[in-house]
Ligand binder design. Sequence first.
Ligand code: C2E
Ligand code: MG
Ligand code: MG
Length: 561
Amino acid sequence: MEQKSVFNLVGKEEFEYIMEVFGRCTDDYLFLLDLDKDDYSISVRALEKFDLPGSYFSNAGKVLEQIIYPEDFLTLTEDLEELKCGSKTEHDLEYRWVDREGKIVWISCRGVVIQDTVDDSRILVGRITEIGSKRKADNVTGLFAERQLQIDYEKVRKDGKKKRGTLLRIGVDNFKEVNERYGMEMGDSVLKMIAHCIEQVSEENRCYKVNGDEFLVLLPEENAQEARKKYHQVRILIEEHRKEQGYQNFYTISSGVVGFSYENLDFGQVCNYSEFALSMAKRNGKNCSYVFEEEDYKNYMKSLDIQEKLRYAVNHGFQGFEVYYQPIISAKTEQVIGAEALLRFFCDEYGMISPGIFIPVLEESGLIIPVGEWVYQTAMSQSMEWQRLIPNFRININLSFIQICKSDVVSGIMTSIRELGINPGTVLFEFTESGMISYDDSVQRLLDVLNENQVKIALDDFGTGYSSLAYLKNLRVNLLKLDRSFTSKAVADEFDYTLIGHIVDMAHSIGMGVCFEGIETEEELVKLRELRPDYIQGFYYGRPVGKEVFYEQNLKKYESS
Ligand code: C2E
Ligand code: MG
Ligand code: MG
């Protein structure tokens, strides 16, 4: 049967006009591809997202090659060849385009070939749907999806009547665990229930579901308190439902709140801020809400930037990192017995960055593993050099729990000790107490191996966080380091002073040494020395400094001239 062309019914120009009008009525892109002449036309809206020369262009193959994901181009040309040679008349393919920002966009492209009887060319007529982002509703909860939120947001923005708004984002804490523990079906019913509760409190405002386990409500005014109130109401409703259902499951929710001006922020930015706000709530311990603060966001962006700089440094011979050394003094003789190695990082943009800032970034990114290895190798070989002047000069090195739990740090340490030939009894590793909370097999193994090999161990920052005497028994540490926040108070506070005195006695009675950290003044020194610590470390005796300065200040005098 001869295929009847629309061009028999309307002229080609009219047809293109009709396509343009329909193109404005749908989120899809409509297109025409002249298979013989290689001309192409597509809905104008496609130009907003994809880097095309216009809504009409020739040399379709060459032009489209620029925006089609390279690995998919061959599949498409093969399919088009079949249409060209007439072995089939329908096109239905899912493949990838690349948008103006370089992001990959999955599309579904469907069309049929029609014959233009006027100039005898064959035209593929069809539509392109963005598969990923175009879903407007969520099947589990029945709520609208992100795409609809974007449309609604842009509408209010264009309309210009409302100046400000608040975006409330609610997310389930550890939703993966809910699915794993109770099954997918329960996971779905949890989402449905949360959706229901959110709808109840959001009154006439629409709710949207995004990213699998997150919900958004766009509130008409800028009012963070109101948004937080709604979050708390949702929590109360969830608790009521849970009670009714007989406590079949347990989970918590967090929320991020962003107040904004429509004029200043486009949809992408508001969404970014709102994702950041929810992630801050989760970082702050979950089951809570966080209101967006520009300052926090800037700091977060700065930490991402620092992370890039740290990564670059790691991949370029650790350039920018330097190990500083702070003297550790014998309380009895007032002589230097060793040093603590303290890491520093320098970069052109920020100058010297404090470890308080970059150590957490190294830990979060896992970079602490290679950097930590570099620190213990550098510090140990430096220490061996100084042992020439002070036999058994002791080097204290900080270890992060990420190194212990996520890498085989103990093998690395023992190999370095062997290869350098350093006396293991002159090496000491410091751990912080907060890490001991998550104390597991890898911690135990590390401590066992270090103990067996006479490597010393210290519990750092004792007195901050959760001091538990039980750890001391289990961990068999050689040295207790009392934090400055503890020692400095003891000068003025009789109770703390007595307490520290008892801690020193207790440590000594179980064969543990004690080091007071953060001694800054003579007054502190005189008073605290009476409590008979073994070692003292603090600005009073010397700040952390580079190796040359450390040598000048502490070791040069031992050089036999
Ligand atoms: P920390 O191990 O407790 O190190 C002692 C900190 O107290 C150092 O801060 C030191 O400069 C500071 N300090 C020493 N004496 C005084 C004093 O008299 N007064 C005051 N106010 N402070 C004093 P720093 O160098 O900024 O290091 C901070 C923390 O960063 C360290 O605390 C340690 O937990 C961590 N850190 C430093 N280097 C490394 C490293 O190589 N690896 C790991 N994992 N952590 C490190
Ligand atoms: Mg330390
Ligand atoms: Mg400390």
